[in-house]
Design a protein around this ligand. Sequence first.
Ligand code: SF4
Length: 362
Amino acid sequence: MTITFPHMGQVYIPVKALFDDLGVPVVVPPPVSNKTLEIGTRIAPEMACLPMKINLGNYIQSMEKGADTIVLTGSCGPCRFGYYGIVEQEILRDQGYHAEIIILDAPGRDPRDLLRKIRKISGNSPWKNIIRAFIQASKIVEQTDKLQGIFLRKRPRELNKGQTDDLQSRFEKQILQCRGSKEVMRLIRSFQVKADGIPERADANPLRIGLVGEIYTLIEPYVNLNIEYKLGYLGAEVHRGITIADWVKTHLSMDRKYKKQRKEKLKKGANYLNLCIGGHAWETIASTVDYADAGMDGVIQILPFGCMPEIVAESIIPSISRNRSLPVMTLTVDELTGEAGYLTRLEAFVDLLSQKKGTVYE
Ligand code: SF4
């Protein structure tokens, strides 16, 4: 059994460490590229969500490198994500790929099914090893997010242009050489120290922009056309409305403190939306209100074309923007999104925020 999984930003770091710790061979899908999207677009239904098309491309690229088992998380929520796994399986079979697909659904009525699947993908390791590996992976998720947070803070403040990007790309190359959670954790911590040490301009006073929207689009730089880099270089400090650590803590952990904080944050948006309508639309609304409370200069909502929950959120956001005098821009991405037009919209938005704040961006 050689496992692979969908690519989503830096999720591959904890997932690879998890399987390394369990001694299960794993193929990390190649970074998402035009080729990945081309494969997915060719075999997926035209109106399928963009993340699904990319995931199909990921699986085929990984199978070409020897993977024979695909692990993905499932859902029974109100949006199309609920039937992703099954549809992907059918599409791959139609295309002549016969990898085994293991869908990890939330425990629901029969937690034994989930436990059986976890045991299977762990190569039948003893439970104590499985639990240890999962705990280590969740620590890696948290520390990876922390490192990303440092990069996001440093980029608009760095004294020597490009230093943050250099460090980030060195990290991304070296992390792939690490084996197991201990090595991974050591490398992350060493890069946290290096990133913290990046010298800052004394006069730096960046705009603060919150990113909200569909989780895959927020986290995967290929899909969002590297929005964090672009905004960073336009002089904005980016805050992510949802991170991988949030997803893990919401769905897989018993962290009561986090769950209480999340509940309180969701309550903030209750006047606008007070229930889960699929995807992360509820979080999108609550985070937008939360960013208004935090005095952010602006918010950008980003969603894949046709994403049903985010389209509902998009229709609610103008009310928040009006009531809270918060500039908000929505960006919809699909396989045809052009980089030049996208960058122009970001520049115009940053320009507007700079004028509102009375600062000038270079
Ligand atoms: S959240 Fe949006 S993009 Fe994701 S599966 Fe649901 S409809 Fe598709």
